[in-house]
Design a protein around this ligand. Structure first.
Ligand SMILES: CC(C)(COP(=O)(O)OP(=O)(O)OC[C@H]1O[C@@H](n2cnc3c(N)ncnc32)[C@H](O)[C@@H]1OP(=O)(O)O)[C@@H](O)C(=O)NCCC(=O)NCCS
Length: 177
């Protein structure tokens, strides 16, 4: 899959670069991101952050499209949004925002933009979004981005504190309008 850049008002969604690694290291150390977007048990150091960025910059397998969410004004890193498990017209979407970027609907705007691209350009039919029931901010993002809740998955995912949590499954279809 070819890299893309997606403009969304004052946001620019663009492929990850090596230079993003220090900001990613800091973001992945944020307690809320460590809890709800866990990266494994190890310490998040410069090397881990660089590997994280490089994995997401490599779209060659065609199974994910991962983008840095940045400010179109000053280029600063605001968050992450990615389509993963792209297969047979389906995918899942995931995201986080840096602590400093929260409170401005950055995740909502990034999810809407990437989903529009997924349907219009990738030709996907269904995108799923899962979040812990204990994470109401993420539920809000899902609902406002046009992903209605479809049900509750019981103790379906082990999050950063090592506990399994119930999750809401949300999804949006290309035909939802
Ligand atoms: C969830 C997250 C991505 C939302 O990012 P954001 O775009 O910066 O979200 P905002 O701060 O603008 O808040 C979005 C909505 O959630 C609401 N919200 C925020 N914190 C909340 C909380 N603790 N409880 C309930 N609602 C909350 C906001 O009021 C807002 O609601 P609105 O749309 O009605 O105005 C961000 O908080 C984050 O990265 N959290 C840690 C990692 C994470 O949860 N990742 C998602 C894993 S599924």
């Amino acid at each position: 899959m070819e890299h893309v850049e997606l403009a969304a008002g004052e946001l620019l969604l663009r492929p990850w670069r090596d230079e993003d690694a220090p900001a990613v290291r800091d973001a992945l150390r944020d307690p809320a991101i460590a809890q709800w977007n866990p990266q494994g048990d190890g310490l998040i150091d410069d090397e881990v952050a660089l590997l994280w960025v490089r994995r997401r910059a490599d779209w060659s397998a065609g199974d994910h499209a991962s983008l840095a969410v940045t400010s179109a004004v000053d280029g600063g890193l605001l968050g992450s949004v990615s389509l993963h498990h792209i297969r047979h017209g389906d995918a899942s979407i995931g995201y986080w925002t840096t602590p400093a970027a929260r409170g401005r609907h950055v995740a909502l705007r990034a999810v809407v933009r990437l989903t529009d691209w997924a349907f219009a350009d990738l030709g996907l039919h269904r995108v799923e979004l899962c979040h812990a029931v204990a994470n109401p901010a993420s539920c809000r993002v899902a609902e406002r981005a046009g992903y209605p809740a479809e049900g509750t998955l019981r103790e379906s995912y082990r999050y950063g504190d090592g506990r399994r949590y119930d999750e809401h499954l949300h999804a949006r279809l290309a035909t939802d309008g």
